[in-house]
Ligand binder design. Structure first.
Ligand code: NBG
Length: 825
């Protein structure tokens, strides 16, 4: 659609009357109902479509402008997107909320009542997927011609519920009632092959060109959602692929003889490819279906990219000048081989030229340092599922290793380390190596992460090709995470700065720096935070039944459950507070609410048990009248983008306590600091850059840094020695071991204790004392309300750097080399 030259026809008007008329018309003609008999979902869908149509107009003009300019496009390939709810965003971006409120009021409904039907598309797991969504938002806002490609999972990230404190996963059938934000584009469907055999091309003397005859094909059907820019006319799209069986797949003959299940066998098999998001973003899952998903995304997207390229261009020499593809982590990396296959086998481009085009087209963002999260695929699986791609990988590796041998004559050790193929009992393909070999630029997502990548995980590559390595520190969109999530604070900021310019130029928040010294402004700031906390308290009570005090320090740890993020360390602190209150109930304590939010991968048993322990501790804390006077622990289930938007504006303290050297960047840390929460954190990921900017005085730092952690590990870390040396730590661990959180049953949480005292992989016990002492400093600081507020204001004022607009500008300048295309109104 982007490329067809659209005839400009403005179909929507610009006034409240137009809007109201369209609303009524959509209710009649799209939902087939009337105002008198419309249900809540009718109202929501009608409103959604009416708002959406305002964007369609802009999208048509964007497509026309892009067609005319024939610019270089950014194609963002990502297996995950966490877009968040669309309704509020699109009301804001079309500036129509001011109409909707009075119209809704007239009709006796509230926007809030309609919004409950706005389902968040949970097409991602956590930070990686949300980053993709923030980058798309910023690209559109900066008028960058871009398309996001992803998978339209029928089931998104599971819904988390608790039964007896244990995580129970429920399917997320997010499109069950229809998704008003998406446009199917069946004409752009693609065919994707799997399995089969390859044949040599007799006319090709090099032997590098082959013909692949797949053993199975599946259709990929796209639909797109609109991605509007804020304060601009640009509307980009995100194109999501869904697997569909071919029309012949239904076996009528079998159905006729009662074989109902067998009759739909092929349909089920094909459609399973986009059935469900893999609920695990940190460990490699050796699952054929997952590899199928990855190739499905890549095959559909690359053909679509080529189709779009050819609408305005011909020949292949110019391909990389018009197309830049960003690989979001290793999930789409098989694209490197797919583009080679398309160019060499299908379009007859010579290998060397094809390789030059491919390398100039791709760039790769790495999002991890955990070795277990670096994907590798068994050679045997690839040979079976994607036989031609495996041959291409061998060829790429062959030429690459020649280059390595030329650079390091006689050093077979470096060849072994760098090879795309990992030798061993089971030979595997290292997707990160393939990504680096096939890309122009490789980037980490925070300064420390990029540095550690170059020193450890990708050291050999950074030595051979230093020019390929870049850092682009993550960012978050201030539209969703400040303006939409925190309207009160946004209003205060706008009043203080004079206008809303900060929404697209976040460094202007610096202007709040002087206001931090104004007692009246600080009082207003506190008032906003308190109102946000009152609202959060109501929501928490609804979802957990637990009452929290809006005047207590809101201490939040919201993120996926993972050992390296160290929720267990936070829990040890909570238990320490419990033990202190028990030991001395009369002493004064700073009242705290500790809020946990996050899911554990369904197969990650250790973390599921930790979730159970958090809930068990919460039960004990909240029901003990003595403890509950000072401390509450709440864990609202099913943390997602929507809930993040609720919690973040109400937070006072942001827990960023991963073991240094493990969290690539973090983005929740940025969202919280931007909303005036103070961070308690280690020198890890982007925490370092946050602290550099907000100032050491306005950040609670504790614990080992990355070199200290590495040194401790080398010296032979013994968690038990820390346990034995620290009375409070021992007591906290022993409290768990005693069965105090399992009605006296010592066995339930024994594995948690064993993990702490046995290996303690992420050295929580080593950082315990520093952490608890630092928490005491936090509590002390909290009692000085004026000082705390000042620190809070300064956090917001100095976090302008963490806008994803800045991130996208850096990608544009360093990596993509793309220019904006303005779309006129
Ligand atoms: C995550 C990192 C985070 C980082 C996000 C976005 C994966 C594999 N990585 O630290 O753990 O903020 O990516 O870059 O999800």
């Amino acid at each position: 659609m982007t490329e067809a030259r659209p005839r400009l026809r403005r179909t929507v008007g610009d006034s409240l009357e137009d809007f109201e008329r369209d609303l009524i018309s959509n209710l009649y003609y799209q939902r087939g109902t009337t105002i008198e008999s419309a249900s809540g979902p009718d109202g929501y869908h009608t409103l959604a479509v009416t708002v959406r149509d305002r964007l369609v107009d802009r999208y048509a003009r964007t497509a026309a402008a892009h067609y005319a300019a024939n610019p270089r496009f950014v194609y963002y390939l990502s297996a995950e997107y966490l877009l968040g709810r669309q309704l509020r965003q699109n009301l804001l971006y079309t500036d129509t909320e001011r109409w909707v409120r009075p119209i809704a009021e007239d009709l006796g409904v509230s926007l809030e009542a309609l919004e409950v039907y706005d389902v968040e598309p949970g097409l991602g797991n956590g930070g990686l997927g949300r980053l993709a969504a923030c980058l798309l938002d910023s690209m559109a806002t900066l008028d960058i011609p871009a398309v996001g490609y992803g998978i339209r999972y029928e089931f998104g990230i599971f819904k988390q519920t608790f039964r007896d404190g244990q995580q129970v996963e429920r399917p997320d059938d997010w499109t069950f009632y229809g998704n008003p934000w998406e446009f199917p584009a069946p004409d752009d469907r693609q065919l994707v092959g799997f399995y089969g055999t390859t044949k040599a091309d007799p006319k090709d003397p090099t032997g590098l060109k082959k013909h692949w005859v797949p053993g199975e094909t599946v259709r990929g059907e796209p639909s797109h959602m609109l991605v509007p820019g804020y304060g601009t006319q640009t509307v980009n799209i995100i194109r999501l692929w869904q697997a569909r069986a071919s029309r012949e797949s239904f076996d009528l003959a079998r159905f006729g003889v009662g074989q109902y299940v067998e009759a739909v066998d092929d349909i089920v098999k094909a459609e399973n490819i986009s059935k469900v998001l893999y609920p695990d973003d940190s460990t490699e899952l050796g699952r054929e279906l997952r590899l199928k998903q990855q190739y499905f995304l890549v095959a559909c997207s690359l053909r679509d990219i080529i189709r779009r390229y050819r609408l305005r261009n011909s020949g292949w020499e110019g391909f990389a000048d018009k197309v830049v593809i960003q690989l979001n982590d290793t999930h789409p990396v098989v694209a490197v081989t797919e583009l080679m296959r398309l160019l060499v086998d299908e379009h007859g481009v010579g290998w060397d030229e094809a390789w030059s085009i491919t390398r100039r087209t791709f760039n790769y963002t790495c999002h991890t340092l955990l070795p277990e999260a670096l994907e590798t695929w068994p050679v045997r699986l690839l040979e079976r599922l994607l036989p031609r791609h495996m041959e291409i990988i061998y060829a790429i590796n062959h030429f690459f290793l020649e280059e390595v041998r030329a650079a390091y004559p006689g050093d077979e050790d470096v060849v072994r380390r760098m090879s795309v193929i990992q030798e061993g009992d089971e030979r595997r393909v290292r997707m990160a190596h393939l990504a680096v070999v096939g890309s122009t630029a490789v980037n980490g997502v925070a300064e420390l992460h990029t540095k550690l990548l170059a020193e450890t995980t990708l050291h050999d590559f950074a030595t051979l090709w230093p020019e390929r390595f870049h850092n682009v520190t993550n960012g978050v969109t201030p539209r969703r995470f400040l303006r939409m999530a925190n309207p009160r604070l946004s209003t205060l900021i706008t009043e203080s700065l004079g206008d809303e310019g900060w929404l697209t130029d976040l460094e202007r928040l610096h202007g709040l720096g002087t206001a931090a010294d104004d007692p009246a402004f600080r009082a207003a700031w506190r008032d906003v935070k308190r109102q946000n906390k009152v609202e959060l308290a109501a929501a928490v009570e609804r979802s957990t039944g637990v009452l929290i005090d809006p005047d207590a320090l809101a201490d939040v740890m919201i993120k996926r459950f993972h050992e390296y993020k160290r929720q267990q360390l936070k829990l040890l602190h909570v238990i320490t507070m419990v033990n202190r209150i028990r030991a001395d109930p009369q002493a004064t304590y700073v009242p705290r609410t500790v809020l946990f939010g996050g899911k554990a991968a369904p197969g990650y048993h250790a973390m599921k048990l930790l979730i159970q322990l958090v809930n068990a501790v919460a039960d004990v804390v909240n029901t003990d009248p003595v403890i509950a006077r000072h401390l509450r622990v709440v864990f609202p289930p099913d943390y997602n983008v929507t809930k993040a938007q609720f919690v973040i504006p109400a937070a006072d303290l942001s827990e960023q306590i991963s073991l240094a050297g493990k969290e690539a960047s973090g983005t929740g840390n940025m969202k919280l600091a931007l909303n005036g929460a103070l961070t308690i954190g280690t020198l890890d990921g982007a925490n370092i850059e946050i602290r550099d900017r907000v100032g050491a005085d306005n950040f609670f730092l504790f614990g080992m840094d990355a070199p200290a952690a590495a040194a401790l590990r080398r010296s032979g870390y013994s968690p038990r020695s820390f346990y034995e040396a620290d009375f409070e730590l021992r007591l906290a661990v022993d409290t768990i071991a005693s069965g105090a959180f399992a009605k006296g049953d010592r066995s339930v949480f024994a594995p948690v204790v064993d993990a702490m005292l046995g290996r303690d992989e992420y050295m929580a016990l080593a950082d315990y004392r520093a952490y608890v002492d630092c928490q005491d400093t936090v509590a002390e600081a909290w009692t000085d309300t004026e000082r705390w507020t000042r620190m809070s204001v300064l956090n917001t004022a100095r976090c302008g750097f963490f806008s994803s607009d800045r991130t996208v500008r850096e990608y544009c300048a360093q990596i993509w080399k793309v220019d904006p295309v303005r779309v006129s109104p």
